[in-house]
Design a protein around this ligand. Structure first.
Ligand code: SF4
Length: 364
């Protein structure tokens, strides 16, 4: 009698021929490098968002050597808007290690791959399964959801015991042959049929054997993550604009939110922003002018940015060239920048902004 593992595997492989995705840009030439780039981009991000980013990235960095040699700013520039910027920094660091330690040859052993920055067990499995057909399991978010429902695994997927069980199931379901097709199929099913809300069970090739469907618990499995209270944080950002409309940007530290990206100088309080403007800039307007607030949502908190427009003729003190730059909004430098900062700078194209009288005195 066929085991539930082989039943799942063969149903998925058969389904993929009919309904799976066959025309994604990273499916054209499945080298380990290309699979790596696509898998990292697809972490926490949907296919439709990733496609244009992937195409631009591969055109600019067609191989690991080009990526390793590029300045980090060029890499972050092509990542602008994709979020989770640690992924881009890790790609760059890993490419440099591949060039230094493997002579630029992409490593194809599991142990070597998981030793590289940003490559975990599932990404290493995906690289080897999809580009080389090696029977190594993967367990990304989509695969977890399918296996959890099909086998009726209880407990939040973040729970260590549930996670261990899911890896065991993933191993058992991964076939010795047709691994690339199976791997793509289970990812596709999770992304298009066994979706988080309202799974399309009537169209699912796994419907018959699925525990969640049989017991009507599709909406309880996987168990939702415990809700965390959502925080919000307010910051002040100085939009220091020179007469030629260049804007002062600072590079953020590598760790933390927007690590390594170029951003407006940020302050926790209005008075700290004022002190910086007074001491570090040759200001030409009397009072910073409050611009419309910008809100940006991260996974666990909302950032509320209060921008303060300050006109100046330049810095009042020497600034570190590696950590600060005057950004020409007419000829933008190719640097990485958080999406809300880009939005804010795009607003500076409005000439009436500079004709508007300064707002009343701001309260600290
Ligand atoms: S039957 Fe429904 S819940 Fe089960 S794997 Fe298919 S889509 Fe998911």
């Amino acid at each position: 009698m066929e085991s539930p593992y082989t039943r799942l595997t063969s149903a998925l492989i058969e389904w993929h021929g009919r309904r799976g995705r066959h025309d994604l840009p990273w499916q054209n030439e499945r080298t380990p490098y290309r699979v790596w780039i696509s898998e990292v981009m697809l972490q926490q991000t949907q296919v439709v968002t990733v496609i244009p980013y992937y195409e631009r990235f591969i055109t600019r960095f067609p191989d690991v050597a080009t990526l390793a040699e590029a300045p980090i700013d060029a890499v972050l520039h092509l990542w602008t808007g994709l979020g989770y910027y640690a992924r881009a920094r890790n790609l760059h660091r890993a490419a440099q290690r591949i060039c230094a330690e493997y002579g630029g040859e992409f490593p194809v052993s599991f142990a070597a791959l998981v030793s590289l920055p940003g490559i975990g067990r599932s990404t290493a499995g995906a690289i080897l399964a999809l580009s080389r057909g090696e029977p190594i399991p993967i367990l990304d978010g989509n695969v977890k959801r399918v296996l959890t429902r099909f086998f009726g695994v209880t407990g939040p997927p973040t729970d260590a015991a549930a996670n261990k069980r899911l890896w065991q199931l993933a191993e058992r379901c991964t076939p010795q042959e047709d691994v690339a097709v199976y791997t793509q199929a289970i990812m596709d099913l999770g992304a298009t049929v066994c979706v988080r809300r309202k799974p399309l069970c009537d169209f699912c090739p796994l419907g018959e054997g699925c525990v969640a469907r049989r017991t009507g618990r599709q909406h309880e499995i996987p168990a939702p993550r415990p809700m965390r209270a959502r925080r919000s944080r307010q910051v002040f950002m100085l939009v220091a604009v020179r007469e030629d409309r260049a804007v002062l940007l600072e590079r953020r530290p590598d760790s933390g939110v927007w690590g390594g990206l170029w951003c407006l100088p940020e302050f926790d309080t209005l008075s700290a922003a004022r002190i910086f403007a007074d001491q570090s800039l040759q200001r030409t307007n009397e009072e910073p002018q409050a611009l419309e607030m910008v809100q940006h949502s991260f996974t666990h908190f909302d950032l509320i940015i209060s921008p303060l427009l300050t006109r100046c003729s330049g810095p009042a003190a020497v600034m570190d060239e590696n950590q600060s730059l005057w950004y020409n909004t007419h000829e933008p430098a190719r640097i990485g920048m958080p999406a809300p900062i880009k939005t804010l700078l795009d607003r500076l194209a409005d000439p009436t902004l500079f004709d508007a009288p300064a707002t009343g005195r701001l309260e600290s």
